[in-house]
Design a protein around this ligand. Sequence first.
Ligand code: GDP
Length: 295
Amino acid sequence: MFEALSERFESAWKTLRGQDKISDANIKEALREVRRALLEADVSLNVVKDFVADVQEKAQGAEVVAGVAPDQQFIKIVYDELVALMGDANEPLADADSKPTVVLMAGLQGTGKTTASAKLALHLRKQERSAMLVATDVYRPAAVDQLITLGKQIDVPVFEMGTDANPVDIAKAGIAKAKADGIDTVIVDTAGRLQIDQDMMVELENVKTAISPNEVLLVVDAMTGQEAATLTQTFHDQIGITGAILTKMDGDARGGAALSIRQISGKPIKFIGVGEKVEALQPFYPDRMASRILG
Ligand code: GDP
């Protein structure tokens, strides 16, 4: 996924190869390449500007280190900044003191929200944390059926009230049932639309107010490039998210969303989706991602 980005970065390092130290003059071209690399990868413009400014400041303040070539020194600066941009360390899913931990899943239709809900439930089960899925997409019977099917596949209970009930009532009843059953974590799957839509936002806000979730995870499709940044901004401003799951990281997206989400919302990516199967979910590690990006 990051081949193009890695190649572009390679051109940035090249401009410093053979120099004896980093200087204001020779860093200009390298910074220009870094900027180009990030923009081509669909990283949001404001994020790119801040990132390049930070790298420039660090590079200009860098001391000459004996035995370390300037290109290696510059790579280390970019690497550290990439890790910082993505949030330094993995941030695990909340684990509330009083059961159940409530996770509200938000996002547009088709991003992989329902699949991610099931993947998360399986991930928790593997950690000996019991989970329950709650189906609140009352607009699409197929969405409820999809969750039921996935629940069976991973042996996790699915709470549903069909499509005649209201999402707030379903979510509340689901959590009450989970509490009665001693379930550790409830994952509430919500309705998405193809585009951001006021009705969807109001409904989501109502559900959020009614259930006070410990986590509001925005599911973002990595394939959507720049739109991922706008989506994150809108959901965070209107609903308030606590983190994101970036799906379809196995595809051939240019990867910019991975770098924009944290800067835009101040909230971390907690997991990435790397395939259609229910097992295809991984915790997000900024350092591993930065290494992948640098190739
Ligand atoms: P929802 O409408 O947001 O609930 O989306 P779904 O969970 O129904 O997923 C939409 C499509 O994306 C389905 O075909 C999923 O199999 C696929 N999908 C979801 N997550 C991933 C992922 O991480 N990688 C790939 N390649 N496909 C995914």
